[in-house]
Design a protein around this ligand. Structure first.
Ligand SMILES: NC(=O)c1ccc[n+]([C@@H]2O[C@H](COP(=O)([O-])OP(=O)(O)OC[C@H]3O[C@@H](n4cnc5c(N)ncnc54)[C@H](OP(=O)(O)O)[C@@H]3O)[C@@H](O)[C@H]2O)c1
Length: 504
């Protein structure tokens, strides 16, 4: 066992299904390498890449080393690479071929024999979702899913997003997984949960006494969550057109941010205690009203426009997008939580492509101070205090306060108290995948989505998808690339007395 803080990691084999793909080279291998540099991998660590195209171990290692040069946050350290490389091999096989899984099992048993103690195996499902079912079936039938069952070295499975396309498919996927693996062995990835600011959200809320007393309907006027991109679909039209903004971003990343912002304090830092509270927060969300177009739900698609001064084409002109497509590249929702803490507070969430700026942030807007003493003779009401939790870029937190501008007159202006991760702690913070892979090895599911969380989130959003399906293109708003989205999304807030803070 290798000790990591108070936790220990047994010797480990990680099998990546779909190891020839983009995710392995851009995220997984750089994460494993950086964990190795930090000496956080178990002393006995083995990586098996699984794929349909045949490759020698040497060739596979070469590809991975090249991917490190392109994508690792730190330069290749030969010592770290040399300690990792001998344990890396490639296993050629189809995803639906039982004999390839039997051969994989023999390989893992061979590694275990050479190590001389129980080895935990982590199966990383990094193929497109269509590959998940045959892999899970074969992991079950071959006995690989039950290796060292009920011991600290029990097999584990990491499942990449997207986790289903709707409530029904998410339920089916959960059943498929839970037939072979106990829930404690399952790690559903949402890489947003591995980001520093997201992890730090609970620390800010529950390790500082100034926030909790005001974190409720008495002091919060609204909460806004924005996950925006300035890029278009690029070469991913094939995937994106079957997905859209709601499936791609809202159902997972944005709903996770919402759950962490609104959950009650957990009774402990036990992963189940935290995830229980997240599920309760998601359960409190009122079903959306879908009859009245744009009342609580807005969807849009980008048309040509200017991004960063450059002219860009509209979604329907992108290569691979059918002209008949009704896929939304933008979604905004106004949500309400029907519970004691949040009753009456609107939660505005949105995500989209080809917006003005790439930013992920949570803004908590507090109630305005009364216009007594200051602001009573002004046309402009006092600015509300804003707590902004910036997830990317420039991770950090800022709090806006009204302040007096220097001079003989009493004039007020909002100013920011800011904390930036990079300026305070340096810029080389671990990537989300480093944290998540390490946690899966330790068996800590806190930063992973539990099956019921995924279903709860889909339960809220599947009716929206169904209504859009029925409406076809009706209600699909247009917005110019490089703007903050359709006007209907501004109206969504204006009719409730708010405006998007990030747009200012
Ligand atoms: N790339 C990202 O940034 C990213 C971000 C978030 C989530 N994800 C998720 O992570 C998983 C892997 O992503 P990826 O970008 O690495 O995927 P990918 O490049 O499309 O596929 C990975 C590998 O899976 C194998 N594969 C199995 N069935 C396939 C099929 N029907 N079509 C194409 N390839 C198939 C292929 O390997 P062989 O031909 O060698 O068998 C392929 O190289 C996906 O579930 C994706 O949704 C990716």
């Amino acid at each position: 066992m290798t000790n990591f803080g108070k936790r220990s990691i047994p010797p480990t084999v990680m099998v990546i299904f779909g190891a020839s793909g983009d995710l392995t080279s851009r995220k997984l291998m750089p994460a494993l390498f950086n964990l190795s540099v930090d000496k956080l991998l178990p002393e006995r660590f083995f990586l098996i890449g699984y794929g349909r195209k045949s490759a020698s171990n040497e060739h596979f290692r070469e590809i991975l080393k090249k991917s490190l040069s392109a994508h690792s946050r730190r330069p290749i350290e030969e010592n770290a690479w040399n300690s990792l490389a001998p344990g890396i091999s490639f296993h050629n096989g189809a995803y639906d071929d039982p004999t390839s899984f039997e051969a994989l099992k023999s390989k893992i048993e061979g590694i275990e024999e050479s190590v001389g103690e129980p080895v935990q195996t982590i199966f990383y499902l990094s193929t497109p979702p269509s590959g998940f079912l045959p892999i899970l079936e074969n992991l079950g039938n071959s006995g690989l899913a039950r290796l060292h069952h009920n011991t600290p070295s029990a097999s584990k499975v990491i499942v990449e997003k997207p986790f289903g396309r709707d409530l029904e498919s998410a339920r089916e996927l959960n059943q498929m997984i839970n037939r072979r693996f106990a829930e404690s062995q399952v790690f559903r990835i949402d890489h947003y949960l591995g980001k520093e600011t997201v992890q730090s959200l609970l620390v800010q809320r529950f390790a500082n006494s100034i926030f909790e007393p005001v974190w409720n309907r008495n002091y919060v006027s609204c909460v806004q969550i924005t996950v925006s991109e300035n890029l278009g679909v690029g070469s991913r039209a094939g995937y994106y057109d079957r997905s859209g903004a709601l499936r791609d971003m809202i159902q997972n990343h944005v709903m996770q941010l919402l759950a962490l912002t609104t959950m009650e304090p957990p009774s402990s830092l036990d992963p189940e205690a935290i995830r229980d509270e997240k599920v309760k927060a998601l359960q409190a969300i009122k079903p959306l009203s879908l009859g009245n177009a744009n009342a609580e739900v807005v969807r849009g698609v980008y048309t040509e426009g200017l991004v960063g001064g450059e002219k860009v084409i509209g979604y329907h002109e992108e290569e691979g997008v059918p002209s008949s497509s009704f896929t939304e590249t933008y979604t905004a929702l106004s949500l309400q939580l029907d519970n004691w803490r949040w009753k009456g507070v609107p939660f505005y969430i949105r995500s989209g492509k080809r917006l003005k700026q790439k930013v992920s942030e949570i803004v908590v807007q507090f109630t305005r101070p009364p216009a007594i003493l200051f602001g009573e003779n002004s046309n402009r009401p006092l600015s509300p205090n804003l707590l902004t939790i910036r997830i990317q870029p420039d991770e950090g937190v800022s709090l806006s306060l009204n302040s007096k501008t220097p001079g003989l007159e009493t004039k007020l202006q909002p100013v920011n108290l800011s904390f930036g991760y990079d300026t305070t702690f340096g810029s080389n913070t671990p990537e989300a995948y480093e944290r998540l892979i390490l946690d899966s090895m330790v068996g800590d599911g806190t930063l992973f989505i539990r099956g019921d969380e995924a279903e709860q989130s889909w339960g809220l959003l599947s009716p929206v998808l169904e209504s859009w399906h029925t409406m076809a293109g009706h209600g699909l708003e247009k917005y110019s690339a490089g703007t903050w989205g359709p006007l209907a999304a501004d109206k969504l807030l204006l009719q409730r007395g708010h405006e998007w803070i990030t747009n200012k």
